[in-house]
Ligand binder design. Structure first.
Ligand code: MG
Length: 267
């Protein structure tokens, strides 16, 4: 089931991951095409850059529900599917898009604050999101291969490292994290991923990004990094491919299963 939004075709939440039976990717071809497009001489993987929501944690269901309910309380409509398309955008950016569409004028600073407070209150009342299936196993494989792991998230939670350490022990380090507090522009601007590279003084061809959101894919692609899209939400595959994803997988579990094969190509 699909519907149109801003020219995007969005799959209904009900038909989530219906495309699993027909994967549309080939690692060798995708990597060769990436190298050729950027006129690099090759790839030499030194780090993996991971987004968090919808990649490491199955948290987008909660975010989309909280956004949708908060907007309703404040007299506007933002359905859950649309919330996925805004993932990674600042709260005020999302609120302004909806305000202009629904009411034809901008929201005031007070309104933005009120709506965001409602959203946060609803979000915090929901049960804590589970880690994404396959994420821990993938992170462990990456670490064992001697590849650095860098977190690049638009999230601004204060106890982020604590939460990460709880579910993914001994994987993440404070000095290898880019969060909402570190960046000026945020996704879809390339700044967060460029900052991620700079943490270890890396070139774009020395890293790969794992992203689930269209704006996150755009950010990573514009930073010049090979971008693996994992479509863990209700968005149509084409939306992620249109933003420039180099390869698309249906889940973190599938990426985990293929990791060793990928590593042989790019090490
Ligand atoms: Mg995400």
């Amino acid at each position: 089931m699909y519907f149109e939004f801003l020219g995007f075709r969005i799959r209904s939440l009900k038909t989530q991951n219906a495309f699993n039976t027909n994967p549309m990717y080939n690692w060798k071809e995708s990597i060769s095409a990436y190298i050729a497009r950027h006129t690099y001489t090759g790839m030499q993987l030194k780090a993996m850059l991971f987004d968090m929501d919808g990649v490491l944690f199955d948290s987008m269901k909660n975010h989309s529900l909280a956004w949708s309910e908060a907007m309703k309380i404040h007299g506007m409509t933002l359905n859950r599917e649309e919330a996925y398309l805004h993932e990674g955008r600042t709260a005020s950016g999302t609120i302004q898009i909806v305000s202009h569409r629904e009411r034809g004028y901008a929201a005031t600073e007070e309104e933005i604050q009120a709506i965001y407070e409602t959203k946060s209150r609803l979000f915090n009342a929901l049960p804590e999101a589970e880690p994404m299936k396959g994420a821990l196993e993938l992170l462990q494989q990456v670490k064992e291969a001697g590849i650095s792991i860098i977190l690049v998230t638009g999230s601004g939670q204060h106890s982020l490292l604590e939460k990460l350490n709880h579910y993914f022990p001994n994987i993440f380090r404070q000095e290898l994290m880019v969060t909402a507090y570190d960046v000026k522009h945020g996704k879809p601007d390339p700044e967060p991923y460029l900052m991620g590279l700079s943490k270890l003084d890396l070139k774009p061809y020395e890293a790969m990004v794992v992203e689930n959101a269209p704006l996150g894919v755009r950010s990573a692609v514009d930073a010049g990094i090979f971008t693996i899209a994992v479509n863990t939400g209700p968005i149509a595959d084409e939306v992620l491919m249109k933003e420039g994803a180099n390869i698309l997988l249906p889940s973190m579990e599938s990426l985990e299963k293929e990791w060793s094969q990928v590593y042989q190509i790019v090490k």
